[in-house]
Every structure is written in C-alpha cells, then in structure tokens.
Design a binder for this molecule. Structure first.
Ligand SMILES: NC(=O)c1ccc[n+]([C@@H]2O[C@H](COP(=O)([O-])OP(=O)(O)OC[C@H]3O[C@@H](n4cnc5c(N)ncnc54)[C@H](OP(=O)(O)O)[C@@H]3O)[C@@H](O)[C@H]2O)c1
Length: 267
C-alpha cells in the first residue's frame, strides 16, 4: 500500500487516477479548491489546495504529510489553460498560468522531494503535456508553462542521478476530460485573430470529443507506481498523438513542423 498525494483529484485525469489507486488498495490524499468536489470514500482524504496561492500549497502539503506521516508518491496533476492570441495576452494572465502550472508545481515538488530524499525513496509524477513539444495555437502561456515544467523535471532527473527518488514527466496528448470547460478566455476588443481563434477552438473541441478517456492515464500511472525503475518520460494518448506524431516531429526541420501544425489546426 502506497501513500499518494495527488493534486486536481476532483475531475478528469486526477479523479480517474485517484479512483483507481484507491480501488487498488492505496491511500490517497486528493486535492481540490473545493473539497466538496472530492468523493467521500474510505482511504481517500480530501485536501483543499489552490495552486494560485503559495500559502495554500504549503498549508495543504504540511497538513497532509502530518496526517500521512510520509508520501511515497506525489502526482502534480492539477492545471487549467488560457486561450487567447499570444500577441494580446496580458502579463498578469501569463503570470497566473505560470503560477498554477510551473511555480506552484515546483513548490510542491520541492516539499515532497525534501521528505523523499530523507527517506531515500519516492516517486514524483509531473503531468505536463504533449503541448510542451507540439504547441496548441492560442495557448501560448499554457504551452510555454508546460514546456518549462518539462525542462525543470529533466533538470531534476539529471541532478538526482542514480537516486531511488524517481521523477517522471507524464505528457498526455488529448484526453477526454472537463479540461476545455476550465479554459479561460480573455474578452479582447481586437478582431484580427477572431477567425483563426474560432477555427482552432473547433479543432480543439473536436479532437477532445474523440480522445481516449482518463482511465487510460490512470492505468499508466498505476504501472509507474508499481515499476522499480519508471521511465523518465511517457506520452499518453491515441496512437497518433502518443507515438506517431512525436516520432515524426523529432526528425523534421522547424519550418516543416510549423507547416504540419498549421495544417492540423486549419490555420
Ligand atoms: N485533458 C487533456 O487533454 C490534457 C492534455 C494534456 C495535459 N493535460 C493536463 O492534465 C492535468 C489534468 O487536467 P484534466 O484534463 O484532468 O482537466 P480537468 O478535468 O479540468 O481537471 C483539472 C483539475 O485541476 C484542478 N485545478 C484547476 N485549477 C486549479 C488551481 N488553480 N489550483 C488547484 N487545482 C486546480 C481542478 O480542481 P478544482 O477545480 O476542483 O479545484 C481539477 O481537479 C492538467 O495539468 C492538464 O494541463 C490534460
């Protein structure tokens, strides 16, 4: 039985992961900004956490670790996106995306790492995104924040060397969740990008509707938790997004990558 701290356990990927882990006999501390959204079940503890507030992050983690004693696994999963043209993005929106998707996640990872290093073992799973490598148009701050967390994760992997504390960069492609409903949009008066924004959002919604469900991610997370030497990075999604696109993209010149992405989003 492992003790697991998972953020964003009220919906989508986090909810599916928490459900599976509890069903497998693990004990889960799952977070939401509103703990009423966390299912009431044995071995499932609700924790209030808002990644936009650094004090909330420390309070949540300290209270949970005091109750649990220690955590074998941290899953940095919570997140939400913002959709608007990069040219017009207000600095405060970019800052807030980085607070939730990068700074808050790093804060939590550092707290967990301190405990895990003392015990000499542990697993941290950072849920970044395939968008860190194949950006979604009009989600510049989100793409950049996910790329930043992926790069930070790789740096920690280098520094940990052969430690028995493992950090995994889990990159979902499109997974059918409530994610699009949580995406915020700015009301700008500028109409230059309107047509492209509408087209891109149509593609984003269509792809999400046909994407695999979050149970797929949950099954992969369970495998990671049971592995002696988990892989440093995994990509999860349909066959095209998880295997074919990343493989092809690795060998293409940047100009061709951009051409492919513009075709994909009909821009
Ligand atoms: N679905 C996809 O296609 C996809 C693809 C790539 C990466 N991802 C990543 O996967 C992770 C989970 O997303 P999902 O698809 O499961 O979306 P979701 O269904 O919208 O769930 C998001 C979770 O994050 C929590 N959350 C949102 N903002 C938060 C904040 N400021 N502070 C604390 N918690 C917050 C929400 O909890 P409350 O609202 O209850 O607080 C919710 O539990 C995210 O990091 C997302 O970027 C998703």
């Amino acid at each position: 039985m492992k003790k697991v701290f998972i953020t964003g356990a009220s919906s989508g990927i986090g909810l599916a992961v928490a459900k599976l882990l509890v069903a497998e006999g693990h004990e889960v501390w799952g977070t939401s900004r509103n703990i009423e959204r966390i299912p009431k079940m044995p071995r499932w503890h609700a924790v209030r956490l808002d990644l936009s507030d650094p004090r909330s992050i420390d309070q949540a983690f300290n209270a949970a670790v005091a109750e649990a004693g220690n955590f074998d696994v941290l899953i940095n999963n919570a997140g939400a996106g913002h959709f608007d043209s990069a040219e017009l993005l207000p600095l405060e929106t970019i800052t807030s995306q980085f607070q939730v998707l990068v700074f808050g996640q790093i804060q939590l990872m550092q707290r967990a790492l301190a405990h895990m290093q003392t015990r000499g073992e542990g697993l941290i799973i950072n849920v970044t995104s395939l968008a860190s490598r194949l950006p979604v148009p009009f989600m510049a701050a989100y793409n950049a924040a996910k790329a930043a967390l992926a790069s930070f994760t790789m740096s920690i992997q280098l520094e940990l060397g052969n430690s028995r504390v493992h950090v995994v960069d889990l990159q979902p492609g499109d997974i059918r969740t409530e994610f699009n409903e949580g995406v915020s949009k700015s009301a700008t008066a500028d109409t230059r990008y309107d047509a492209k924004i509408t087209k891109t959002w149509e593609v984003v919604e269509r792809v999400m509707k046909n994407a695999p469900g979050p149970d797929l991610v949950a099954r992969h997370v369970l495998k990671l938790i049971n592995a002696d030497r988990p892989p440093p990075r995994i990509t999860i999604g349909d066959l095209f997004q998880s295997k074919i696109a990343p493989l092809i993209f690795r060998f293409l010149p940047q100009r061709v990558r951009l051409w492919g992405l513009k075709r994909y989003y009909d821009l």
